[in-house]
Write a protein that binds this ligand. Structure first.
Ligand code: GRG
Length: 296
């Protein structure tokens, strides 16, 4: 990874972390246990890929950082909520996340459920109470964009299909449909929210939308490969869960070699979608490389 890109990532992660610390309820505020658990689930962990996409797309669209950091925080709160719920015994039943005990293990199931609920609503509270752009209608559209990407037509819907597909074999289009929703929808929303904090022509937004779709799916294909190839310590979550849970994945359907090829093809598509943007899209290109080449 280029040193300059590494510095940019660290700087953006620090800005986001500071904002999240201030935006999350204080752990001493009643109800302390819930607030403490919310902070446990969000702070000091994760790659922050979705916020980084918000920042990079926003940079391309000339958005100001004070607006981008709110959109980035909202997307990360939705992501953190989804991880907390996904780890619960009624879903993936996992004990390790981001290198530490999952929320329901560290606290309890009822608290974890409420943590997810509260993180999700906090995300929308932030989008409603901070100015993200100069046009009120566009801001409402942005809130709707995140709601649709998170709900039954997006991430939660993809998760429902994922849960229903355990032990079944899916066709490639069915697997793609599931992952475009479960993982891809929020990644795509991150790109578009960042872009809409700034100003781009409709045709440029369309290109970024296509970029978000390709890189969102590439993220999941790489996730499937890493689940097979990386170890638990590197991932910070239990490796090999997909096979153990008899979940259809790109690896189980295509084999590891073809899955890697597919990630490369999607990476190429994503870079192609950025081709008209010149240097302004450099951070998005670097993030696309990072998503496809990552080892964790
Ligand atoms: C519970 C509504 C609901 C949805 C859950 C996101 C999700 C849907 C489940 C997580 C399970 C999983 C492993 C999905 C595959 C892709 C993914 C989202 C991985 C985790 O994201 P990273 O790698 O995690 O960005 P960090 O910890 O780096 O933020």
């Amino acid at each position: 990874m280029q040193a300059d890109f590494q510095r940019w990532i660290s700087a953006q992660q620090t800005v986001l972390e500071g904002q999240l610390r201030g935006l999350l309820p204080n752990a001493q505020a009643v109800p302390q246990r819930l607030h403490d658990a919310m902070r446990y689930a969000v702070l000091d962990g994760g790659k922050r890929v979705r916020p980084l996409l918000v920042f990079a797309a926003g940079e391309l669209a000339g958005a100001s950082e004070d607006r981008l950091v709110i959109a980035a925080a909202a997307v990360e709160l939705i992501h953190a909520y989804s991880l907390v719920h996904d780890d619960m015994p009624c879903m993936d039943n996992d004990v390790l996340r981001r290198g530490k005990p999952t929320c329901h293990v560290q606290y309890d199931e009822a608290t974890a459920l409420l943590v997810g609920d509260s993180l999700q609503t906090l995300a929308f509270q932030l989008l409603a109470e901070h100015r993200l752009c100069d046009d009120a209608q566009r801001q409402l559209d942005m809130i709707k964009l995140l709601a649709v990407a998170s709900g039954s037509r997006g991430m939660a819907g993809g998760q429902a299909i994922d849960l229903a597909s355990v032990g079944k074999s899916l066709t490639l289009p069915e697997l793609e449909f599931m992952h475009i929703h479960k993982t891809g929808a929020l990644i795509r929303a991150a790109v578009l929210l960042g872009a809409q904090c700034g100003s781009l022509a409709p045709a440029q937004l369309d290109r970024l939308d296509r970029f978000g779709k390709s890189i969102g799916l590439a993220f999941q294909v790489v996730d499937d490969v890493l689940d097979c190839e990386a170890d638990t310590a590197t991932l910070g979550k239990t490796a090999g869960k997909d096979a153990d849970n008899e979940k259809p994945t790109y690896v189980s359907l295509l084999g590891i070699h073809e899955a890697r090829n597919m990630a490369q093809r999607l990476h190429g598509d994503a870079l192609e979608d950025l081709s008209g943007f010149g240097d302004a899209a450099q951070r998005l290109r670097e993030l696309a490389d990072f998503i496809v080449l990552r080892k964790f």
